[in-house]
Ligand binder design. Sequence first.
Ligand code: SF4
Length: 217
Amino acid sequence: MKIRLNRAHFPVTTLGPGRRIGLWVQGCHLNCAGCIARDTWPEDDHRAIEVLDVLDWCRSVAPDGCDGVTISGGEPFEQPTALNALLAALHEWRDELPGCDFDILCYSGFGLEKLDRDHAALLSQLDALIPEPYVHGEAAALWRGSANQPVLPLSALGRKRYARFEGVGPNGKGTLQVSVHDDRVVYIGIPDRGDMHRLEKAARRRGIRLTDVSWRA
Ligand code: SF4
């Protein structure tokens, strides 16, 4: 089984608690205004990769200490069969590791009502969920681009890790990690409103022009 994947990164420290594996799926039809990850929109089959290869990569980075896996995108629930295979593989891996309790957090731009109705079996494999579409103009909140997106624990481990963040409202503060891959600069996390524009301007002042940016069509 293959999953379309835009990228993977470790450690991610801005999308969930602790040091995490980050997996961004490829493909999203939700077209949220102001989305900064437009590079993840096309359903590009060239980005399809075997779920077991994804898992091998996860295993290779986890010995450095992994607190969780964050699945984002793109829209993970637009690939329900592949997401199911990925979650099954992650669970199998977690069950193999005595004492290992990494949590699985998934983002979705779909509303909770639709996810509950159409994807209950997938939700039952998650420890936490951050649903609802990104709303441009809403203040940011911890781990979330807009504060309308709740943090929902879905399992006992999820409740242990995420319950205290459930009611955390807007903080208007972005948190970004920066990672450089050859000629690509990757920003991971939640920018504050206008951050990407400010970043481009600051780079330009230093003679650096950012091209093919993911936050513009
Ligand atoms: S914010 Fe997320 S759900 Fe919305 S268009 Fe961008 S990738 Fe898709």
